[in-house]
Design a protein around this ligand. Structure first.
Ligand SMILES: Cc1ncc(C[n+]2csc(CCOP(=O)(O)OP(=O)(O)O)c2C)c(N)n1
Length: 638
């Protein structure tokens, strides 16, 4: 295999184009074979093979900076930069991250996994290089290149950066990796323009169409563009991305074939020293070289290891949400659903199919999604924003001030809340509760099992202010099959007053199973908290215990536990009784490395055994011990 002879990008330079094609095949085969065992972003990486090869021939990484946006497209780059031996351990504990990672290689400058950041990093880096007097461009030796997917280009940050790059005339090379898709087809007029160029470079169809719709354009337009040629020009302007970028001050080159290494290389050599921002528009095919991917609806954006039969049969939280939303929407036509480019993974596809007019995909634009939802709520609709917990952080200000301050009834649904695992530190959903609890009028529902989702969603949609429903990807342990009601907590066990456990969401099921492991279960009262701020009756009961433990799978600093403990304290003060001894279990303040969710929860002491140990220690009035933090090693700065 030719790939085996490549230990660094320098090894690419002596290869012929025939050898480069052979290498591209080796790379595809390696990625397909590996991802079949590890799971990961298959389609995206198969599409970016030739672009990455050409980049590494033209530019000298790591002195020249290559920034992948989103970083899930960096597997090829990993294979070319000395990480082949470790590649089989992709996304495994102690193995390679699924994203660029500074501890792995000096070739990784950033750890991009939330989309649309590369252009801003690029602007900052080139500014720093210029200010520090490092040679850039014009025979100098430092370039900054951002490789941006057409999906990632829909994010607000990307647009903000484009605007800034043009104004500052920053010497950044942008490679637009345009496969026309993010998960599903990219939602963007700009992308539509890019695609129409791909499909119809001669604009002939447009000339024909124009005859039909010319009479419908505004009177001013009709005067300004008399005759078919004038109108064709209007259309050409509209469908040509060149004008979009060049009006922003960014030189546009393209479109070019993103799978032809020779032409990619020649274009990249030509643009490398352009005196300002320049964009190379490369057309690629997502999933290229793997038939099951190219014929798959999502182009195998990410390849998931098939679940066991039992896991596949179990109802997940996402399915429960998906079904409940459709049911509720049948009875209430004000309900609308919004996604930021994640309709499939958040379970919104059945809703989109049944209510296409009430479904909105805004592209990778979480901030816009939230404020658009605020507008919908203001206009009398009941919007539901379905979003991964980790991506909600992007839109905190909008949730706080555009929704919360106005007291608008927007319902957030946070999927993948808690410990998510293989995607590493950036994808754990550990902040949503702390962030939402900082929004004064937000009510948060945390179902312990999928059975709770329907009743909670119904309750949330009936409230006047902002609400959130948060649940994990992974299934909970079994509970008693009952569900709670309204804004009430649910008591799962009644003890003798020694200790009360207040457990949030899936943690209630872990605590329930911990009861059979503790030294004496008659000492333990257990609540499934269900709703935050907490049910006052539950807090009243907790105050009558000698000890209180709270458990959550979010950050233990400023999250649900902090709020509940302060509620317990102030209630104890009101009643003039002794404060119970309290302990907050949750996720430490650290970036947790990639690992399977169950293994991480266990290391954090958030599994039944860990919880039982914590209960026994508190009952024995022993201190809680400090657990080693499964954190990602610190990056070494270059
Ligand atoms: C802020 C943010 N929201 C959502 C996502 C989830 N996400 C990961 S990749 C992706 C699509 C990216 O599309 P594109 O940039 O075109 O890359 P492709 O996979 O098509 O090559 C999305 C929506 C994310 N990474 N970051």
């Amino acid at each position: 295999m030719l790939l085996k002879s490549i230990s660094s990008p320098a090894d690419l330079r002596g290869l012929s184009y025939a050898e480069m094609d052979e290498l591209a095949n080796d790379i595809r085969r390696t990625i397909i074979d590996t991802v079949a065992h590890t799971g990961g972003h298959l389609g995206s990486n198969l599409g970016v093979v030739e672009i990455t090869l050409a980049l590494h021939r033209v530019f000298t990484s790591p002195d020249d900076v290559l920034l992948f946006d989103t970083g899930h497209q960096s597997y090829v780059h990993k294979l070319l930069t000395g990480r082949q031996a470790a590649f089989s351990q992709l996304r495994k504990r102690g193995g390679l991250s699924g994203y660029p990672n500074r501890t792995e290689s000096p070739h990784d400058w950033i750890e991009s996994s939330h989309a649309s950041t590369a252009l801003s990093y690029a602007h900052g880096l080139i500014t720093a290089f210029a200010q520090r007097g490092e040679l850039i461009g014009h025979g100098g030796n430092r370039h900054v290149v951002a490789i941006v997917g057409d999906g990632s280009l829909t994010g607000g940050m990307a647009f903000e950066a484009l605007n800034n790059l043009g104004v500052a005339n920053s010497r950044v090379v942008i490679v637009l990796n345009d496969n026309g898709r993010s998960y599903a087809p990219t939602i963007s007029k700009l992308s539509t323009s890019l695609t129409s160029l791909r499909l119809n470079p001669t604009y002939l169809t447009f000339r024909q169409r124009i005859r039909k719709w010319l009479p419908r354009i505004t009177p001013l337009g009709k005067v300004a563009y008399k005759g078919i040629d004038g109108a064709a020009n209007v259309v050409r302007e509209m469908v040509t991305p060149r004008t979009f970028f060049e009006d922003l001050g960014i030189r546009y080159i393209g479109p070019i074939d993103g799978h032809n290494i020779e032409s990619l290389e020649s274009v990249l050599r030509n643009v490398a020293d352009w005196d300002g921002p320049i964009i190379v528009h490369a057309l690629t095919e997502k999933g290229r070289g793997y038939d099951p991917a190219t014929s798959d609806d999502l182009r195998m954006h990410d390849f998931k290891i098939p679940p066991t039969a039992a896991a596949a049969a179990a109802t997940t939280f996402t399915q429960a949400f998906s079904n409940s939303l459709v049911e509720l929407a049948r009875d209430d036509e004000r309900i609308t659903a919004i996604t930021a480019a994640m309709a499939g993974p958040t379970g919104l596809l059945p809703f989109a199919e049944e209510f296409p007019d009430r479904f909105l995909d805004v592209g990778i634009a979480e901030q816009h999604a939230v404020t658009a939802a605020a507008g919908m709520a203001m206009g009398g609709l009941r919007p539901v924003v379905a979003i991964y917990s980790t991506f909600f952080s992007r839109a905190f200000d909008q949730a706080n001030l555009d929704v919360g301050l106005l007291g608008l009834p927007v319902t957030f649904v946070f999927d993948r809340a808690g410990i998510t695992g293989d995607d590493g530190p950036s994808h754990h959903g550990v902040l949503d509760m702390a962030l939402c609890l900082a929004i004064p009028n937000m009510t948060i529902f945390a179902p312990s099992t999928p059975d709770e989702v329907s009743v909670m969603l119904r309750t949330a949609l009936a409230l006047e202010g902002p609400t959130a429903l948060r649940f994990p990807k992974t299934p909970p342990l079994e509970l008693d099959g009952q569900v709670g009601e309204g804004l009430r907590a649910r008591k799962l066990a009644t003890g003798d007053g020694s200790l009360c456990v207040l457990a949030v969401g899936k943690m209630a099921t872990a605590a329930y199973h911990a009861l059979s492991l503790v030294a004496d279960r008659t000492t333990v009262t257990l609540y499934d908290v269900r709703v935050l701020p907490p049910d006052p009756e539950m807090i009243d009961d907790a105050v009558s215990h000698q000890r209180v433990i709270t458990i959550e799978d979010g950050t233990r600093h400023g999250g649900a536990g902090t709020l509940m403990v302060s509620a317990v304290r102030s209630r104890a003060q009101d009643r003039n009784v002794t404060f119970p001894t309290t302990r907050i279990l949750g996720v430490p303040r650290a970036y947790l490395e990639h690992h399977s969710p169950d293994a991480l929860l266990s290391e954090l002491g958030l599994d039944p055994a860990g919880i039982a140990g914590a209960i026994d220690r508190l009952l024995a009035d022993e201190p809680e011990f400090a657990r080693p933090i499964p954190s990602a090693p610190k990056p070494h700065y270059l």
